[in-house]
Write a protein that binds this ligand. Structure first.
Ligand code: AMP
Ligand code: ZN
Length: 468
């Protein structure tokens, strides 16, 4: 299996640290809002990478954090007049709902930065002891120049970085020994959440969080560290410096980065107002369509989000789901049980589609080609099954289709249609629950309906609903 490694800028054969095991860490979102479709790209891509390793029989330990202490979270908390914890808890819960909709498997562990502060204080202490960090007025900085390999991931030349030193200076950090030094621990400002430490009451820097959480849940050395390409520098470069300086070992063997998701050919950003949340998309499409859309491109190619491409993805997915439906329909009406010799021969030929699929995935997870192989299988199924097919043959075809689509995280079973009368009944029940102040039940009903594609809107005239 070949994996493109940002460290070497080449596709390399994947050799795990431990036989049949993969230790993988993916940098997760900062939780101050609903996640946007850009954040969804690494989630979908690396969930698919994980699923392929599992398909190949690897035992995958998959860790992905939530950054739950950050300036943006604090700002949002102040705006709303609530605690930072309330903001992060709320958006972690919302993020998990979106992940479920996109059929992203929960990680083996989703650590929260705020629950790992002791480990961070410990690693910062080790770095100070080894001379890789120093304290100034309650702030601790990493001594970047001391880490000789700094720049090896982003392939930045230290001299270039030095000549651009001024752009790296952050206001209030002029006490640093060197402009390239970055913060490991910073003192609190009025009203901010803080923890006790030997240096000040304060909070950790963002980079140290991942170094510590990765070490705690996966060990000092891991197979794959991943995230969006904007994280290569400085986040991942700094993680390498911290982890390798503290542990004295290579941190991660492979570094994988997804390219960005643009929108209508522009960079997606809040300031441009072209920002779309996953939740908004879920009002228009089943999130499986979003997943299919993301996988229709190679993860290292920029991808443009547009209404046309989403429509194309919707019909692409529909073709696969229709084939599965057709197989189920034929199975229900099949007259014979066991495969004939001719069917055995026909089924034998599906091996070439599996090969095509695996070949694409082994080539640095080329999901675009893997999807093409699934389409070929679908075409083959449609032309080689009919009312005369045996149950066994139809069943094998369906199992194979599901086996491959499951690697891509695509669900081919059509969602159960819900009747209008059942919707009305659930809405009535939700109103009762609200009256009884049982908000958990009321929310659960809203989520259950959302899962079935029903969107509720509370208006002055009462509850209105529509199908997504
Ligand atoms: P953040 O919450 O900004 O730390 O981002 C969480 C993850 O989403 C990181 O891996 C980012 O690299 C990734 N990400 C953010 N925006 C985009 C985008 N437009 N396209 C692809 N990945 C993105
Ligand atoms: Zn990280």
């Amino acid at each position: 299996m070949k994996v493109f490694n940002t460290l070497s800028k080449t596709k390399q054969e994947f050799v795990p640290l431990e036989e049949n095991k993969v230790k993988m860490y993916v940098c997760g979102p900062t939780v101050y809002n609903f996640i946007h479709i850009g954040n969804a790209r690494p989630m979908i891509v690396f969930d698919t990478v994980r699923r392929y390793f599992e398909y190949k029989g690897y035992d995958v330990n998959f860790v992905s954090n939530f950054t739950d202490v950050d300036d943006k979270i604090i700002k949002r908390a102040i705006e709303e007049g609530v605690s930072s914890e309330e903001i992060s808890k709320r958006y972690i819960a919302e993020c998990k709902k979106d992940m479920e909709g996109m059929n992203i498997k929960p990680a083996t562990k989703h650590p929260l930065a705020t629950e790992e502060i002791d480990g961070m204080i410990e690693m910062i202490g080790q770095l100070i002891e080894k001379g890789f960090a120093y304290e100034k007025n309650g702030t601790v900085y990493f001594r970047t120049r001391k880490f000789g390999e700094y720049g090896k991931l982003s392939h930045k030349n230290l001299d270039d970085l030095r000549s651009g030193e001024r752009s790296l200076l952050v206001t209030g950090e002029d006490e640093k020994e060197d402009a390239l030094d970055f913060v490991l621990w910073k003192p609190k400002k009025e009203g901010e959440p803080f923890w006790e430490s030997p240096w000040s009451q304060g909070r950790p820097g963002w980079h140290i969080e991942c170094s510590v959480m990765s070490k705690k849940y996966l060990g000092e050395q891991i197979d794959i560290h991943a995230g969006g390409e904007d994280l290569v520098f400085p986040h991942h470069e700094n993680e390498i410096a911290q982890s390798e300086a503290a542990n004295g070992k290579e941190f991660s063997k492979y570094w994988m980065h997804n390219a960005f998701l643009n929108i209508d050919n522009h960079k997606m950003s809040k300031s441009l107002g072209n920002f779309r949340t996953v939740r908004e998309i879920s009002g228009q499409y089943d999130l499986q369509v979003l997943r299919f859309f993301m996988l229709s491109a190679h993860y290292r190619s920029p991808l443009n989000f547009s209404a046309d491409l989403m429509e194309a993805s919707k019909s692409g997915l529909e073709r696969i789901v229709n084939a599965a439906d057709h197989l189920k329909f034929l199975t229900g009406n099949a007259k014979s049980e066991t495969m004939t010799e001719a069917e055995k021969a026909l089924f034998g030929k599906t091996g070439e589609f599996v090969e095509g699929f695996e070949h694409a995935m082994e080539d640095d997870f080329n999901t675009a080609d893997a999807v093409a192989a699934v389409f070929e299988l679908v075409k083959y199924i449609n032309t080689n099954t009919d009312e005369g097919s045996s149950k066994e043959y139809l069943g094998k075809m369906l199992d194979l289709l599901k086996k491959l689509t499951d690697v891509l995280g695509l669900i081919v079973d059509r969602k159960e249609e819900i009747l209008d009368s059942d919707i009305e009944e659930l809405i009535r029940e939700r109103q009762e629950a609200r009256k009884a102040k049982d908000f958990a039940r009321a929310d659960a009903i809203r989520d259950e309906l959302l899962e079935k594609g029903i969107i509720l809107k509370d208006t002055r005239e009462g509850v209105q609903w529509k199908r997504a």
